[in-house]
Each structure stands twice: as C-alpha cells, then as structure tokens.
Write a protein that binds this ligand. Structure first.
Ligand code: 7RM
Length: 629
C-alpha cells in the first residue's frame, strides 16, 4: 500500500476520491490478498442504509495479516505485551508465533463446534490471547463481539442475548492496578440470564479460585494442547460480518454495530498507515482497550494488517505510579503513541515531576482519540510529551465509522490545536443546520453528517435494521448523521464540538443518558430520574443525576445506593459523579423533561436558563438550583 507523503499529494488523492471514488478505493484494495476479486466496487443507498463494498470478492482478513506478511515479516515482532505488574516479564510474539497461536486457537474453536457466522463473545483482559481470540474467530468466519471486561453481568447478558452468542471466551480474573478483578464469576452470573451459550473457554491469568461447570467450561490451555498450528482459513464474502461491537446511543439499550470483512480491512489498514505514518521498523502503541473500537482498529486489525509492531498494555496509567505510560514509552522506544484526552488531563494534573526521568525521545507522532481535546491539554501533550517536535494527530471517528475519518496526517497536515482538521481522502463531511440545509464555506457551525459512503461504514445494527435507518440515516435525507456538532473555521479546518444528542462522553466512553436513567430506576425507591452531562476537568464530561425518590432513608444513604445500582446494572464506568435528590423535574406541558435546563444547572450556568414560563412546574427550577451540587 502506498502511503501519502506530502500535503499536495493529500490534496490530489482527496480530489480523486471525490471525482472517482471507485478507482481511488480499488487501487488501495489492490494491495491486499483476495481469493477472488470484486465485480463491483460500490453499491449504496443511504435511505435504506444499504452499503456494499467490493461486491462478490472473497477473502479472509487473517490471511491478509499472516500469509500476506509472513514471508517478509515472519520473524518481526507483531505484538509486544506489557503486563499490569512491571516486574512480570513482557511477551514478544513474532508474526510467525502469532500466526501459529491463532491457528491453534482457530482449530480449538472448530473442535468446539464453532462455524462460520456463529457469534462468539470475548470478555477478556488486555492480554495477547484477547487478540488471538479475535483473530481466531475471524479465521474460522465466526463473528466476534468483544465486551469490555469492566461491564456488569447484566450488560454482558444483554449483549449475549441480543446477538444469540454460542460461546464466551474469558479469563479467571483480571489484574488492574493493585486490584484483582473477578471475571469468570461475572460470566457465570450473566449465563444465568441467557440460554444460548454452549461453551465457555477460560484463560488462566490470575490463578484465583473459580467455578468450572462440567461440560460447559473448558480451560484455554487444555483446548489448544492437542491442536495443530496450521488451520485453513474460512473463505468469506466481502460483505460477511466480521464483528459486532455494542455501543451506546441516545435511546434504549446499546446497539450492536455490525462491520463487514472487506471494507473494514481496507479502511482500518489504510487509515493506520496514513494517519500515523508508520515506518517499517517503528514501534507503535495505542493505550485503548480491545473492548472499544479503538482497540479493534488501532491495536489489532490496522497495525497487524500493515505488518506493524503493536504494543498491548494490560494495566492502568497510574500503577505502580503515574510515570507508567512514560516508562513504557522509554522501555520499548515507542515511535507512535495514541491515547485519550482524559488520560492526558489526568496525568497533566500531576505536573511535570512524573516525566522528569523519562527521555521520550523515541516519539515521532502522538495521537488523541475519543473526545474533544481542550486547548490546554493539547498544548501540555504537545509540549511536554511530544517535546514540541512531534505532530499531534487529533483523530475524530466513531464505533460506527470503523476507522479514523477526520484527522491530520502526521507531519503532513499542519497542526492546529484542538482541531481534528481535515477529512481523510474518501471522506466527505458536510455541516448541516437544524433544517438539514448544507452550510457551505468557512466560519460555519452545525451538525456533522457524511454524504458519501466509505468502506468501513457500519452495515446494520444487529438484528434490527430499521433501528440503523432511524438512528443514522433519517435525521438528514441521504446522509449519515454522526450525532456530533462541528465548526469549520476561517481556514477550513474542522473542530468537533461534542455530541448534540443525549449521549454523554465520560473519559472517552460513550454513555446514553437513557441507559443510566434506566439503571437508576431499577432502585425500588426511585420514582423518576433525569441524567445529563456536565463539564468535568479530567473526564471531559461527568454524569449528573437528578432523582425523585420515595424513601425513608437519609439522602446520603439513598445517593450511595443509587450509585451502587448503576455500578451493578451497567458497570463502574457509568457511576454518576453527582446525585441530587429533587421533588420534581422541569417538564413541558406535554410531559417532556427539559434537559436543557437541567444541563445548565449541572454546569453551574444559572444566568441564562431561557424561557421557563411554559413549564408545567416552573417552581421546581428554583428548588433544583438551591439544592444543586
Ligand atoms: C473512536 C471513538 C464516538 C464519539 C464521537 C465523538 C467523540 C471521538 C473524537 C471525538 C472530538 C475527537 N468511538 N470523539 N473522537 N470528539 N474529537 N478526536 O471514540 O464510538 O466510542 O465514540 O466520541 O463525540 O461521536 S466511540
């Protein structure tokens, strides 16, 4: 695959992608290995949410990672694994070793009856086996759905049930900082609420005591013991499902975003190579978890397709101390470092002391993802980590887009603090006003839509195509709606302003306000609740819950119980930062909660609440302001 090397080349490619998208994308796709090439590059109809890329082509993504790379890169390190505890030895897996481990586990999956199209849940810590599990599923044509190992048993059961999964891959436990987290027992609880799982494969990691259910549960090491290290790859159609990844939206339960084989492969590899400007001998590290899309596209698939060395880190940035990230950068001489603004802000709060003993001179490119990066954090990151001479790529994209959509190309596109900057070739963003009119030219602000398909656009929401149409393709006719606000500045550079729907972004994690409200409402004494986001120094947004209760308990006790119920129903990442007990919620005459007012109060912005006279209960606003946290 050719990499873009200059700004004028970027503009040339961009122009070609507008004029002739089919030849632009087929040239890129040509550098992959196909069992059979496509008949037609693209077929699409946004009104029906139907997009097909590389029609009737046949392939397996793992042959593009392994067979395509092995000859030249068999002895090159594919994965460097850094354990939670820095005194435990790290692991280096070459492409050849990763290939053999993947084949063994693919054979194990087949031995346990997994076939093409079956759904397999991966609920695992950040260990090489998590990547091996994903790749083995892809090799046998099974559809993986990775669930972040911090989610509760209820969240896990919801996902298992939604996609009718046949198998769960998990571990006994999970090391995280100085804690050991039970994982298998969460799976056991989830399986009490679901009926489709036939077997569970358990990786031994923490060696803690767990229950193994005869006939259902098997140890990972037993499963691979007798398996061969060669495994023929299943031949998949370009549009066959590669994976499902659940993500939160503004309504109801999380949606299963579906990605297909060929388009995702082409786009994740192309964007990895170009955004990070990866060179053959570079060491690349993305700090995300494989439970999120960033881990899928930019720890596993993108880098491995490009034959890169990718670092996987099991731990957290603050253990054993707040120098951990920078120690890892120096230990492996990381060249490209990719993390989230929330991590930057958290580390920034500790000042420069934690980096005074680090050189960081291996760094060539630093990146940001998951939420808007504020200017202060941008400068701190750029000056102190990048030492002022590393391009900072602020990469905007979503679970649904599969890969990076708007970003500088490192060292090529001029940097502008807090601006994701320009769309990648092949991406055609438009800014629309509330009525759907396209806002042309510079100095405009509105909602961000994409008007033309790209190879890794989501294909559907699992089991409910209408929901996909309604969520993404109905707000603005003929366009994909992102849910984000955006500004195009006087230079034509794009700045993402954050969500315009009822989704909040807490430490780079997407959370639906309705989802958190539903969890709170599970508490027996809760009558009604309303959840909004508010600006938070470190997390970007915090979760503020207004709750009406019917309870004899003290406010402090009930608040603690409410936080606990959210932890149990969704997981610790969804715990409200602030809970306010109120006697009523501001509502319109038709009974709709006025979130706009609640958001302002949560943000300490009482000055301009707008017109409250049309409320059903204007008095309640005063009361809420008085009691605000
Ligand atoms: C990759 C990822 C998607 C939402 C998206 C935005 C926000 C992501 C940026 C960003 C500003 C960025 N997928 N977002 N990247 N906002 N600048 N560079 O995070 O599906 O989990 O979240 O995240 O609101 O819609 S995600």
């Amino acid at each position: 695959m050719q990499r873009i090397k200059t700004l004028s080349e970027y503009f040339k490619k961009y122009e070609l992608s507008e004029k002739d998208p089919e030849s632009f994308w087929s040239e890129i796709a040509d550098s992959f290995t196909w069992k059979k090439k496509w008949d037609k590059v693209l077929d699409w109809d946004f009104e029906k949410a139907n997009t097909k890329w590389f029609q009737n082509a046949k392939l397996n993504i793992t042959e593009n990672i392994f067979e395509r790379n092995l000859k030249e890169r068999g002895s090159k390190t594919a994965i460097i694994w850094e354990p939670n505890d820095p005194s435990e030895p790290s692991i280096h897996l070459t492409y050849q070793e990763l290939y053999e481990e993947t084949c063994k586990f693919s054979n194990a999956l087949r031995s346990k009856g997994i076939k093409k199209g079956d759904r397999v849940i991966i609920y695992m810590p950040m260990v090489p086996e998590a990547a091996i599990a994903m790749l083995a599923c892809a090799r046998v044509g099974a559809v993986h759905s990775v669930v972040f190992a911090g989610f509760s048993s209820t969240s896990l059961a919801d996902r298992i049930n939604d996609c009718q999964a046949k198998m769960v891959l998990t571990s006994d436990g999970n090391f995280r900082g100085n804690k050991t987290i039970p994982v298998k027992s969460v799976v056991d609880e989830a399986l009490e609420k679901s009926s489709t799982i036939e077997s569970v494969i358990v990786l031994e990691r923490t060696k803690q005591t767990i229950n193994m259910f005869e006939g259902r549960d098997h140890w990972w090491h037993d499963c691979i013991k007798e398996e061969s290290n060669v495994c023929e790859a299943e031949v998949l159609d370009s549009e066959d499902m590669l994976f499902i990844l659940y993500t939160s939206g503004s309504t109801g339960k999380p949606k299963g975003v579906v990605h297909s084989s060929a388009g995702y492969m082409v786009y994740s590899a192309y964007t990895f190579l170009n955004v990070f400007q990866y060179d053959e001998n570079d060491i690349y590290w993305c700090t995300a978890d494989v439970g999120w899309i960033t881990g899928h596209s930019y720890i596993v698939y993108g880098p491995l397709l490009c034959g890169a060395t990718t670092v996987m880190f099991e731990g957290i940035p603050t253990f054993p101390n707040v120098s951990r990230f920078w120690d890892i950068v120096d230990k492996y001489k990381i060249n490209q470092f990719y993390t989230a603004p929330t991590a930057i802000r958290a580390l920034q709060a500790h000042g420069l002391d934690p980096i005074k003993n680090n050189s960081l001179e291996s760094l060539k490119v630093i990146g940001s993802v998951g939420e808007p990066i504020n200017e202060e954090a941008w400068h701190w990151y750029h000056d102190n980590i990048g030492k002022g001479n590393c391009p900072l790529v602020d990469t905007w994209w979503q679970t649904e887009t599969g890969g990076i959509m708007i970003s500088a190309l490192a060292g090529i596109t001029p940097n502008k603090p807090a601006h994701a900057s320009l769309p990648l070739p092949g991406i055609h963003p438009v800014i629309v006003d509330a009525d759907g009119n396209e806002l042309i030219g510079n100095n405009v602000q509105g909602n961000l839509c994409i008007k033309f398909p790209w190879p890794s656009i989501l294909r559907t929401t699992y089991g409910d195509h209408q929901r996909c149409i309604n969520t993404y393709f109905s707000n603005y006719k003929g366009m994909y709606f992102t849910g984000d606000g955006v500004k195009r500045d006087h230079d034509g550079y794009l700045r993402i302003l954050g969500r315009v729907d009822d989704v909040i972004n807490v430490s780079g994690h997407r959370m639906g306000t309705a989802e958190v409200e539903n969890a709170i409402n599970e508490h027996e004494e809760v009558i009604e609740s309303a959840v909004v986001g508010y600006p938070h120094n470190i997390k970007g947004e915090g979760i503020y819950a207004y709750v009406i209760v019917n309870s004899e308990s003290s406010d402090d006790i009930i608040k603690a119980e409410i936080i606990d119920v959210v932890r149990k129903v969704i997981g610790p990442i969804a715990k409200p930062d602030k809970v306010q007990i109120v006697s009523g919620l501001p509502k319109t005459r038709s009974g709709k909660i006025m979130r706009r007012i609640l958001r302002k109060i949560a943000s300490n912005d009482y000055g301009n609440l707008g017109d409250t006279s049309t409320l059903l209960n204007p008095n309640v606003v005063e009361e809420i302001i008085k009691g605000a946290n």
